[in-house]
Design a protein around this ligand. Structure first.
Ligand SMILES: [Zn+2]
Length: 458
């Protein structure tokens, strides 16, 4: 379930307008826990067919950050899919005070709304700018007034001051600002000038990540909003309802069918199995697990708490290969929850990473998909065969110790790790040998096996 928190406020927005004129309305919405849908309660979602789509955007003052997308990202109708996606936003140079942007609509139109959108988890979320507008008709009109030149002295009219910074905190999240007029139009203008200021100067990273700027023509047929990304979530019951597994493919709709038909059955069968394989006194594994697909991750998959994030690009390339097994591996992490011990007990020991990953890969490769023989020790990886070789190498070691010395070794090590009581001496308690001795013995057996297969195939 995705929650969207909406805050509608006008208090921190200074409204301009004289008594004689109709009133300019500034509405802003802030989603602290935003989704790629850019949906707001009182502000329209970004549009791909508004009057700004065909406008010319020019940087009048200031410089584009090297990591920012091009200024045309601001009117391409597309918005970022993640909260920190520099190349899908436009923002000014680090450390700079901001800058000025000119929007030339090509001809004067009655502007119904100007809507601006931004998204960042920290101080680069809120928006601070002054909006000026002009029809370009004044004799002294300067279309590109740089910093230091007051636009109101060269043919521009100030339309709004926007400042959505919260009184406290950085105000990270997603912002939609909508400027309109109770008259029905902000005015008849060809040019807009955004004088954009950074949100803070405590560090160089105060320039807002602007995602989209829309200009709505009063006389244009109702504009089509960018098809908001639909939430695609399906929840599956496992172990007769004891566990609920939600699969969220909102960010990768093309994977929905595969996820429901191929991944869900594995998750339903294996999550309860893993819980059964890794019990410990009084422990209850998370009852709800979310598996969500994301763009732009730099690892195939990752678990945090009861959530598994899957790199949709990597999954698309590995649907027939390692995709499902990688989710099994991450489900082991959801069941392990070794971090809890340290939160509750300052004396808890830290379980070495090679063992955490080794247990996950032991379950994956030797119990879930033994037929793939994905964790064999071969001539290729023999030189890396150490008990603490991590991932599938340690998984192989655990499998061997289980077969030779103690079939419950993984269950026992897991219980100790979860209680913050892992220490190397446990190996000797359980098997009569130190982990180093076990490692030596295992390596010798592997060397002999590799030599035998090599000889057999020669
Ligand atoms: Zn892992």
């Amino acid at each position: 379930m995705q929650f969207q928190f909406l805050l509608i406020a006008q208090a921190s927005v200074i409204l301009l307008g004289t008594v004689a004129r109709a009133e300019i309305k500034t509405v802003f919405a802030h989603n602290e826990d935003a989704t790629a849908a850019f949906r707001f309660k009182n502000v329209p979602s970004p549009s791909a067919s508004d009057a700004a789509a065909a406008a010319v955007f020019t940087i009048v003052d200031g410089g584009k950050d090297i990591n920012s997308g091009a200024v045309d990202k601001l009117h391409d109708g597309k918005v970022p899919t993640e909260e920190d996606q520099p190349s899908d936003n436009f923002f000014f140079n680090p450390g700079s005070e901001g800058g000025r942007l000119l929007v030339d609509l090509g001809r004067a139109i009655d502007i119904k709304q100007v809507n601006t959108y931004s998204w960042h988890p920290g101080a680069r979320g809120p928006q601070v700018y002054q909006l000026y507008a002009s029809d370009g008709g004044a004799g002294d009109f300067n279309a590109q007034p740089k910093k230091g030149t007051d636009p109101e002295k060269c043919g521009w009219k100030r339309v709004a001051n926007v400042d959505t910074r919260p009184k406290q905190g950085e105000g990270g999240g997603q912002y939609g600002i909508s400027l309109s007029d109770s008259d029905g139009a902000l005015g008849r203008y060809r040019y807009l000038l955004f004088a954009i200021a950074r949100t803070e100067d405590a560090d160089p990273f105060g320039n807002t990540f602007y995602s989209e700027i829309d200009v709505i023509d009063r006389d244009a047929p109702a504009v089509a909003e960018t098809p908001a990304r639909q939430t695609i979530e399906k929840t599956f019951a496992a172990a007769g309802g004891t566990y609920q597994i939600t699969i969220d493919t909102s960010a990768a709709p093309d994977l929905t069918e595969w996820a429901e038909q191929m991944l869900a059955p594995v998750a339903r069968e294996w999550y309860p199995k893993i819980v059964g394989l890794l019990p410990s006194g009084g422990y209850e594994a998370p009852g709800r697990v979310t598996i969500a697909f994301r763009e732009g991750m730099n690892v195939p998959a990752a678990a945090s708490g009861n959530r598994i994030n899957c790199n949709s690009g990597w999954f698309r390339r590995n649907l027939k290969g390692e995709a499902r097994g990688s989710v099994v591996h991450e489900m082991v992490h959801v069941v392990q929850q070794y971090g809890r011990a340290r939160r509750n007990n300052p004396d808890a020991t830290r379980t070495p990473g090679w063992l955490v990953e080794g247990i996950a890969d032991y379950i994956r490769w030797f119990l879930y998909e033994p037929e793939t023989k994905g964790a064999e020790i071969t001539r290729k990886n023999l030189s890396r065969a150490r008990y603490d070789g991590n991932y599938r190498i340690t998984g192989n070691f655990l499998n061997w110790v289980g077969g030779k010395y103690d079939p419950d070794i993984v269950r026992k090590l897991n219980a100790a790790a979860r209680e913050g009581k892992y220490d190397e001496g446990l190996w000797k308690n359980y098997t009569g040998k130190t982990v180093q001795e076990l490692g030596e013995e295992w390596k010798k057996v592997m060397e002999e096996r590799v030599a035998a297969t090599t000889a057999a195939s020669d």
